[in-house]
Design a protein around this ligand. Structure first.
Ligand code: S3P
Length: 433
């Protein structure tokens, strides 16, 4: 699908971005192995999360829609030993979170599972989950010397490990934590930098024994299944990021973004935009059912300047770098993004394609090995660009298109369905008012 985007003179409105993608996956998986029934509200019914729901169903978990309400699902947990061998190959589609978290779950089940994904996912690194799960006692095979999906996973009785993650990755950390629930003995994990802690928060919410240990995480199996508890998923800050950037860089904008998860391990975008000088207000702070901080965010037209983004901030805003790169095109001065080599192994090589596509608008940016350098304030001109089926690229290009002079055409615009199915409707609402 091709989308046509035009500059708008005025941006106003209230947006309610959909439920958080990371938390929706985790709520499904953890509720699926809990004892009892849980209701997940503000669930994200996007392509990626539907893949996780289908995987859990194939393992015998009842994931039930609530009639007339697309964003609520009910899950009847199978308990600690209730999953069964799936009758077919599981398909995680485009979703790295589905594949890697499921790998952790499947590594501990007494049966064989085959799991695959689309062409993008089949090119993304899997050794990072295969290695620690193998250390725990699982048998996992993958293509290209156990580095790529499809994976064959022969689960077994696992034992806890003491493991330092080589990269800060919430997917790897979560795969190990999920496997550890079923293992003999405790597991200790350390990360080089803090990644999103949604799994830890939900595990605590559901009764797991999890503690902080010298900057690391300790999980001690309780011998009991997790407790099914209702979960309300906060709005996705990664989806909100496009509106925050648009509000900050547009000369006549004011946007209120409601009910957004502002977990500090995930909300680096707020820090980065504030550091650039954006006017962002955070109000109505509360805690969700499911142990996550939530707030409303207001953003207004701002004069922004270039910044340096690197180090421990990067894992806390990794998915928002496409949006931030667009902001940097409108900042006074230079923005340098470093320590973000992980962007090269996302749904696309986001360093390569962001630089390539934003240059088509006339933006001045250079690729580096682990990030990019962006010279701002040149003004963009509409162009014909491509998302390469990457949802975050599609949405970043849409914001660029709203700010560019003339018409912008975006190819493969349907990629937004991976994380934000109503993105184009929400864009019309804020841009039309
Ligand atoms: C995610 C973790 C991050 C992020 C991805 C979602 C998660 O990936 O980029 O979009 O839900 O755990 P990594 O674990 O590869 O850093």
């Amino acid at each position: 699908m091709q989308k046509r985007v035009l500059a708008r003179p005025r941006i106003r409105g209230i947006v309610n971005p959909p439920g958080d993608k990371s938390i929706s996956h985790r709520a499904l998986i953890l509720s699926g192995i809990a004892a009892g029934k849980a209701r997940i509200s503000n669930f994200l019914p996007s392509d990626d999360c539907v893949r996780t729901a289908e995987c859990m169903r194939a393992l015998g978990v009842a994931v039930m829609p609530v009639p007339g309400d697309l964003t609520t699902v009910e899950v009847v947990g199978a308990g600690a030993n209730g999953l069964h061998e799936p009758g077919n190959v599981l398909d995680a589609g485009n979703s790295g979170t589905s594949l890697r978290l499921m790998a952790g779950l499947l590594a501990a089940q007494p049966f064989l599972t085959l799991i695959t994904g689309d062409a993008s996912l089949r090119s993304r690194p899997m050794a990072r989950v295969i290695e620690p799960l193998t250390l725990m006692g699982a048998s996992i095979w993958g293509r290209k010397g156990n580095t790529l999906a499809p994976l064959a996973i022969k689960g077994s009785r696992l034992h806890g490990i003491d493991y330092s993650l080589p990269v800060a990755s919430a997917q790897v950390k979560s795969a190990i934590l999920i496997a550890s629930l079923f293992a003999d003995g405790q597991t200790l994990l350390r990360e080089p930098a803090q990644s999103r802690d949604h799994t830890e928060r939900l595990l605590k919410w559901m009764g797991a024994r999890l503690s902080e240990d010298n900057g690391g995480i300790r999980l001690e199996p309780t011998g009991k299944p997790l407790l099914a508890r209702d979960i309300v998923v906060p709005g996705d800050i990664s989806s909100a990021a496009y509106w925050m950037v648009l509000g900050a860089i547009h000369p006549d904008a004011s946007i209120e973004i409601k009910g957004i998860g502002v977990n500090p391990t995930r909300s680096g975008i707020l820090e980065a935009l504030r550091k650039m000088g954006a006017t962002i207000r955070i109000g109505n702070r509360r805690t969700s059912e499911g142990n996550e901080p939530v707030a409303d965010i207001t953003v207004e037209s701002s004069e922004i300047t270039g910044v340096e983004i690197g180090g421990e901030l990067v894992p806390r805003l990794i998915d928002e770098i496409p949006a931030l790169a667009v902001a940097a095109c409108f900042a006074r001065g230079t923005t340098v993004i470093r320590d973000a080599g992980e962007l090269r192994v996302k749904e696309t090589d986001r360093i390569k394609y962001l630089v390539q596509e934003l240059r088509k608008f006339g933006a001045h940016l250079e690729e580096t090995a682990d990030g990019m350098v962006i010279e701002g304030a040149a003004g963009l001109s509409g162009t014909h660009c491509h998302s390469y089926e990457d949802h975050r690229l599609a949405m970043a290009l849409a914001v660029a298109g709203l700010m560019a002079e003339g018409e912008t055409l975006i190819e493969s615009a349907e990629a937004v369905n991976v994380s934000y199915p109503a993105f184009w409707q929400d864009l019309e609402r804020v841009a039309a008012s």
